[in-house]
Structures are given as C-alpha cells and as structure tokens.
Design a protein around this ligand. Structure first.
Ligand code: FES
Length: 268
C-alpha cells in the first residue's frame, strides 16, 4: 500500500510510515485510548484493545503504534512488542483491506479446505500472510473457527462464508478486490474493512454485532432434536442426564438415535 488511506475516525492518514502521527490523528488516538483504559481497573490491561486501535489507524501494529501504547500504558516498547508478536491477529506489516482466511484444520481440510487453499493461493499469486499488490487481500491459512458443521469455511475479516468451494472462494476474493458487495453466510450483510473491524475489536461498537443470523441449520439440529423429544432444563433434563449417566455406566449406547433403556422421554 502507498499514499494515503481513508479512515472514518481519523481522516486520511499515511499508509505505512515511520513518521510520527499527525497532531489530529494523535489527539484522536489519545482520546480513544483514555476511553478504553477507563474500562479496566489496571491500565496495562488495556493493551490488547489498544493494539487493535493502532491497527484501526495504521492497518497493522506499526513501530509508532507500539511506542504510543507503551507511552499511554507506562510499559516499555519491548513489553508491548512482546504481546503484539504473540497473537496472530496483530499484524507486523501492512495488512490488506480484507484478510481472507481459509480454514485448513482437520475437518475443513478433508472437506475441501486444502483444495480451496491451493487454488485461491494460485489464483491470487500469494501465499500465507502475503498481500496482493493492490493492497486488497491478505491471504491466511487459519485454524479451526468452531464452525466445523459448515466445513469448509472461509473467513473474510472474520465474517463467515460457509460450505465453500474453490470456485466460490475465488469469486469472493475477486468481488472483494473489485469493490463489489459480498454477503457473509451468517452475521452482518456486508464485510467491513480491516481497519473498521479493528476499531470494533478495540471496543468501539459499530452496531452490527447482532445483525443477521448467528447459527445456521446444521448448528441448530441438536436443539431441534431436543425440542422434538421434550428435553430441556429442569426436571426433564435432569432425568435425561441421569438416564444417560446410568446408560454410560452400563456401557449402553447413549446417542439420540438409540434411546437409553427406561428413558420414557427418549422412547417417544
Ligand atoms: S476445522 Fe474448519 S471450522 Fe473447524
């Protein structure tokens, strides 16, 4: 990336630079940092959100951002850097406008995640933690997103794209690069930029957290089975749990398809 980038919170700021922050940008950072620090009994506890705040301005954890965090939290730059280099969500070089993460953990991998990775990496001409020359896409292999029931899963700035294929993922990255609207499978109806998402992670609500559905049909299947069979909290649930425990102790099947002996609810 080069030149300037537009930031709704701080105006146009230089993309990666070793220069000090402009006065108005620095004033905004201090104002926001004090709000974040005020949420914690000990101010050094605010380091994680402040690193996201730095990313919301610089697009990564810059050297000047590390120095800013150290100053406002009474830490050393080495202490701040030690934290920033531990977590993969903190970027040590300019990140693309969209982080596209292909899950290649076990279940997604066997369901096609490895194939998606190979084809999208070749399509974009970049590898893990690399960014397209236009500064739009940073590609990552990501660990399990706890969305295995929708494998293979791809994330765009941590929004879910479920049941993906190589073709659908290549279309996704092409649309993101072209500035076309993309709609996650669950959650908000659009994908925000890396800087916008970083500001949310710093603790500044964008009002989108509860937008859209949170759980898809596959995640709700267990709930449907429980409701169909009248299982729930309270005495019924306790009876079910006791029956299940007894069955497990006796070495019997306990799955919902094979009701435990003597479990009146399960036999319905
Ligand atoms: S293995 Fe991909 S979401 Fe769990």
């Amino acid at each position: 990336m080069s030149g300037t980038t537009s930031n709704p919170n701080y105006g146009a700021v230089p993309a990666p630079t070793s220069e000090p922050y402009e006065a108005d940008v620095l004033a905004g950072l201090h104002r926001d940092a004090q709000e974040v620090i005020g949420r914690y009994p000990v101010k050094r506890s605010a380091l994680l959100p402040l690193l996201h705040l730095v990313q919301s301005v610089d697009g990564y954890v810059s050297t000047r951002g590390i120095e800013f965090c150290a100053e406002v939290l009474d830490l050393t730059a080495a202490e701040v850097s030690g934290v920033a280099t531990f977590y993969t969500q903190y970027k040590r070089h300019p990140n693309g406008e969209y982080t596209v993460g292909v899950c290649t953990n076990t279940l997604c991998a066997v369901m096609g995640g490895d194939q998606i990775w190979d084809e999208v990496s070749e399509h974009l001409g970049i590898g893990h933690d690399e960014t397209t020359p236009d500064g739009k896409i940073t590609l990552e292999r990501v660990e399990c997103n706890a969305a295995c029931d929708f494998a293979p899963v791809v994330m765009a700035n941590w929004e879910f794209f479920d049941n993906q294929t190589p073709e659908s993922t290549k279309t996704l990255v092409d649309d993101l690069r072209a500035g076309r609207d993309v709609k996650p499978t669950r959650g908000p109806s659009r994908v925000c930029s890396f800087k916008q998402v970083s500001r949310v992670l710093a603790g500044f609500n964008d009002g989108l957290a509860d937008e859209g559905v949170g759980a898809g049909p596959a995640s709700l299947e267990g709930l449907k089975v429980a409701r169909d069979r009248g299982w729930g909290e309270g005495s019924n649930g306790n009876q079910q749990n006791e029956a299940t425990s007894d069955a497990m102790a006796a070495g019997r099947h306990t799955s919902t398809d094979t009701p435990a002996e003597g479990d009146g609810k399960a036999e319905k």
